[in-house]
Write a protein that binds this ligand. Structure first.
Ligand code: SDX
Length: 428
């Protein structure tokens, strides 16, 4: 007998079905509540509301669990490549060697962008924020691939649109980096794998042969895997709701980039580094003062807290270890890492943070690695987007395949009730 929930409204009982997922998560299905009772539910920020039933990513905020299609983030970060994880998220299964080779071959054949897209870069002011550029270029792709405008075409055609986006993302991200440096853009080289190609296009230069550092390639693969998806976060939900209007993939992803830009979401990794630099310079390393100010709500500790994780963010744990390793191997001695560790120690031993379950999140250590790898701070959220791309696309693809209805939340109106129009001459 399937589980039911009973709500009593105005003395009347309403029975609502309960949905149970494969990890025993439970939800009350209220899709018929308004029709039956006239009531809607209210949940600002959707903290307690499931917007979909998804097979892509499972996370348990209390236990600090994160899995892509059932595989733990710990195993994937340790054993898989980013293209392997992208395939897994997109198609639901780990690829065989042949499937992975075909997938990577397809990606390699779509890495170039239209020359006129390169010209779009020329109009950006040099110091324009990389995320603003990325948003523009994502939606610009729909102009260069008009056959992508209709998402209701044969799945093979949709897949080509997906491959184009995934393949061109590293090229576009590296162009944004080069634009910021005023350096010539480097074109993708088919001899390199996905991540090495991105590092070549970013850190290579026209004057000399590029030698990829295996430490950097490994760290980049890990970081991209750790950022690849995170179920119904703000930007993924944005991609899904824009896509639910049958907007094309590029427009939906451009909206996701916009949502990620916010400092409470993906923009936090840039804020974390700027916060650590502020602590080092303005606060003269006085971590105790910083924690006290955060407790007095005078400042936010970027990189701490999470809407879902009320335990350690499993990604933060992995990135912290990778951070130590990368800085050691690259012989980088960054005092910001010491400040970060001191801040983490102070916060995790302070009842204010412990009671509010404010642990370091994915953004807390990632910026330190990105800095050690040579990326400027304004590029950090672009790197988050590079990692999150397969996740966003997988969420959009699943929403389309589930043929989900257009997203249209309800509200409770609390404004003025009916009142007559007053002519301008009579208004005081
Ligand atoms: C990402 O959703 C995802 O999955 C996102 C993400 C992904 O992979 O897509 O994981 C990526 O966005 C990670 C989060 C990065 N953002 C930051 O690091 C910004 C700093 N964090 C805060 O803005 C905040 O923690 C949120 C927005 C992330 C989560 O906010 P919640 O869960 O809604 O918590 P809250 O705002 O209700 O705060 C609860 C209490 C409040 O104090 P009280 O009112 O109870 O006294 O904790 C305090 C807050 O003031 N608090 C913080 C804090 N975060 C919350 N105090 C100081 N520093 C912080 N960072």
């Amino acid at each position: 007998m399937s589980e039911k929930a009973t709500i009593i409204l105005d003395g009347k009982n309403y029975e609502l079905p309960v949905i149970t997922g494969t990890e025993n998560e439970k939800a009350i299905d209220i899709s018929k509540l308004r029709a039956q009772s006239g009531y809607v539910t209210y949940d600002e920020g959707y903290k307690n509301t499931g917007a979909t039933i998804s097979n892509v990513t499972f996370l348990d905020g209390e236990l600090g669990i994160l899995r892509y299609r059932g595989y733990s983030i710990e195993e994937l970060a340790e054993k898989a490549s980013f293209t392997e994880v992208s395939y897994l998220l997109l198609y639901g299964e780990l690829p065989t060697a042949q499937q992975l080779a075909n997938f990577e071959h397809e990606l390699t054949n779509h890495t170039l962008v239209h020359e006129n897209l390169v010209k779009v870069f020329e109009v950006f002011p040099t110091r324009s924020h990389p995320m603003g550029q990325l948003m523009t270029l994502m939606s610009a792709l729909s102009s260069f691939y008009p056959d992508s405008l209709n998402p209701n075409v044969h799945p093979d055609e949709v897949n080509t649109t997906i491959i184009r986006l995934l393949a061109k993302m590293p090229t576009i991200c590296s162009m944004i980096y080069k634009k910021g440096k005023g350096h010539p853009v480097l074109y993708p080289q088919n001899k390199y794998d996905y991540v090495t190609n991105f590092l070549y296009m970013t850190f290579g230069d026209v004057t000399q042969e590029y030698m990829a550092d295996p430490v950097v390639v490994d760290a980049m693969n890990k970081l991209l895997i750790l950022h690849a998806d995170h179920e119904q976060n703000c930007s993924a939900s944005t991609v899904r709701i824009v896509g639910s209007s049958h907007a094309n993939l590029y427009a939906s992803i451009s909206a996701g980039v916009a949502a990620l830009w916010g400092p409470r979401h993906g923009g936090a990794n840039q804020e974390v580094l700027e916060m650590l630099e502020h602590i080092q310079t303005v606060d003269k390393g006085d971590v105790k003062k910083v924690v006290a100010e955060a407790k007095d709500k005078k400042r936010l500790l970027y990189g701490f807290g999470h809407r879902v994780y009320k335990n350690f963010d499993p990604r933060a744990k992995i990135i912290k270890v990778a951070c130590d390793n990368v800085l050691k191997k690259l012989k980088v001695n960054d005092p910001l890492l010491d400040i970060a560790k001191e801040l983490e120690e102070a916060a995790l031993n302070d009842p204010y943070f412990v009671e509010r379950k404010l642990y370091p999140n994915v953004d807390f250590y990632s910026g330190i690695i990105y800095k050690a790898l040579g990326f400027p701070t304004p590029m950090f959220t672009v790197l988050f987007a590079l990692g999150r791309m397969p996740g966003w696309i997988s969420q959009w693809k699943e929403m389309r395949e589930r043929k989900e209805d257009i997203g249209r939340p309800r509200q409770i109106y609390n404004g003025a009730t009916l009142r007559p129009y007053i002519d301008l001459k009579n208004r005081k």
